[in-house]
Design a binder for this molecule. Structure first.
Ligand code: NAP
Length: 483
């Protein structure tokens, strides 16, 4: 199969925080990748902006180094990096000062898409939004991209929304959750709504439960002090896991259009039931020979912040009543793995006798590693010896199904940045979605604080605390193994 790459319209992309970690690790290497794929028009320009005083030539050198550092060897070459860097410019700007804005206003062009990526601390969003307007850099068509964390509770998220809304219309604001940029996440919508096979079974009558797991092997490490103010609930569940839950549970939108999709996601969040303490297990990793404990990493010997969380979530609507969704995410676990498993109910009767059992199908949507999907089905074990059954996966992994070229899909950031340039907000969170997610999250976190809840310790390299296993056992179910 031949890849179809459709170039986007000419653009000026200004990256505030263009010298920072996110820009160096993800945004700029991602843009380079799109440049190599032929998606970037010849007149596209990227302008880095940060306080550091330097000229465009020095910035180009920095970006070339970042590409070499963060892209795998063999996936870049010096000549194309040099060509890519010709599109780069740099302006020294302090978000809170007045210098540099005039120069930036002179650099952005009329008649091309203007996008501003705020890869800086959220406390600077207001200063930047205000100055973009005051200095005539942004106009009514410009787009603004913001990163997580979008607030740390409902009040702060509302305040951020208000700051942005003072200068930009909602149709201009792109709140990034890079999980939504993953190929498999979008494929989930294609599988659900592009086939007749799954949707009739996609409800509490046929689905026993759903598991969403995002397990990481890394510790909080150098980010310990920052992470300690956040924890797994704020850092992962409120945004990434919640977005996955919405896509798996939402009603079919009438069209694949931004507001149609986001309206349906919002309905799911609003239908989430409050979660009782008995349905949540929080954990903190112990130390071992390979690394310090969570509390040592956080430099807080009394920390009550969770580096792991498992919870049972119920959606109060006709489709899902009685079918729980289990969420699980944590640091320093056995493997780096993200997947959604839709566990169907057993067939109502086994014609093969009870010893062969009745086996439910499982649809596994794997986000990492090796994005792909497989459906576990029951077949006859080959050979003589009667009707013995076995389970096999019907594999839909991209590399096998589509060939290596097609499987070389754009990274989530690349895809989302190209969507910004195209003006497509489907895969970005709307302000009311983010607020609804915090409105559900806040009482849970407040409950922990009131009760001075202490997380359960777990061994690094395990699949989390014992309590998480017990949470499932009590419901007569089992977590899928983290391998
Ligand atoms: P970082 O490495 O600390 O970079 C911050 C950037 O902002 C630098 O380029 C810095 O350059 C610039 N900056 C700081 N103060 C400024 C000011 N007053 N005016 C103009 N520029 C200023 O941070 P980061 O890790 O890239 O993160 C950026 C944002 O993305 C944060 O909101 C973070 O939470 C979010 N995020 C990061 C990641 C990640 O993997 N790193 C992932 C998800 C979300 P100067 O010092 O030269 O001004």
């Amino acid at each position: 199969m031949v890849s179809r790459v459709i170039p986007v319209d000419p653009f000026d992309l200004v990256i505030f925080g263009g010298t920072g970690d996110l820009a160096r690790r993800k945004i700029l290497p991602g843009l380079y990748h799109r440049f190599c794929a032929g998606q970037m028009p010849a007149t596209a320009r990227i302008i880095g902006a940060a306080r550091t005083e330097q000229d465009a030539a020095a910035y180009r050198g920095q970006v070339a180094e970042a590409i070499a550092e963060f892209l795998p060897e063999g996936s870049w070459d010096a000549e194309s990096v040099a060509q890519f860097c010709e599109r780069l410019d740099y302006v020294a700007i302090d978000a809170r000062g007045e210098g540099g804005w005039k120069e930036l206003a002179g650099l952005v062009r009329e008649g091309v898409v203007r996008a501003f990526y705020l890869s800086v601390a959220p406390s600077l969003f207001g200063d930047i939004a205000e100055r973009l307007h005051a200095h005539g850099v942004a106009d009514g068509e410009s787009r603004i991209v913001v990163e997580k964390p979008f607030g740390r509770d409902l009040a702060s998220a509302r305040a951020l929304n208000a700051v942005l809304a003072a200068h930009f219309d909602e149709s201009q604001i792109y709140r990034i959750d890079h999980y939504l940029g993953k190929e498999t996440v979008q494929n989930l919508m294609a599988v659900r709504f592009g086939n007749i096979l799954f949707e009739p079974l996609w409800n509490a009558q046929y689905i026993d439960h759903i598991q969403i797991t995002v397990s990481e092997t890394v510790a909080v490490g150098g980010r310990g002090a920052y992470y300690d103010k956040s924890g797994a609930m704020r850092d992962m569940v409120q945004n990434h896991l919640m977005q996955l839950l919405c896509l798996i549970a939402m009603e079919p939108p009438s069209k694949f259009e931004p507001d149609a999709v986001r309206d349906e996601k919002l309905k799911v969040i609003r239908a989430l039931e409050p979660v009782p303490p008995s349905a949540i297990v929080r954990g903190q990793y112990r130390g071992d020979a390979n690394g310090p404990s969570y509390r040592e990493d956080a430099e807080n010997p009394e920390s009550r912040t969770e580096s792991f969380i498992a919870m049972r979530v119920q959606i109060a609507n006709w489709r899902w009543s009685g079918t729980p969704i289990y969420l699980r995410t944590g640091k320093r676990l056995r493997a780096r793995e993200s997947e959604i498993a839709v566990v169907f109910k057993d067939p109502p009767h086994s014609i093969f006798g009870e010893q062969e059992g009745r086996r439910g199908n499982v649809l596994v949507i794997r986000l990492q590693p090796d994005e792909g999907m497989h459906l576990r089905v029951t077949i006859k074990e080959p050979g003589p010896g009667g009707m013995r059954l076995m389970e096999v996966p019907l594999d839909m992994s991209f590399a096998d199904a589509l060939g290596p070229d097609e499987a070389d899909v754009p990274d989530a950031y690349e895809r989302l940045i190209m969507d910004v340039i195209r003006g497509n907000q489907t895969l970005f969170m709307r302000g009311d979605e983010v607020e609804a997610a915090w409105a559900w999250t806040d009482p849970i976190i407040e409950g922990w604080e009131e009760r001075r809840d202490v997380p359960e310790l777990y061994d690094p390299g395990s699949s989390g605390p014992e309590g998480a296993l017990a949470l499932m056992h009590r419901d007569g179910r089992r977590w899928r193994e983290i391998k």
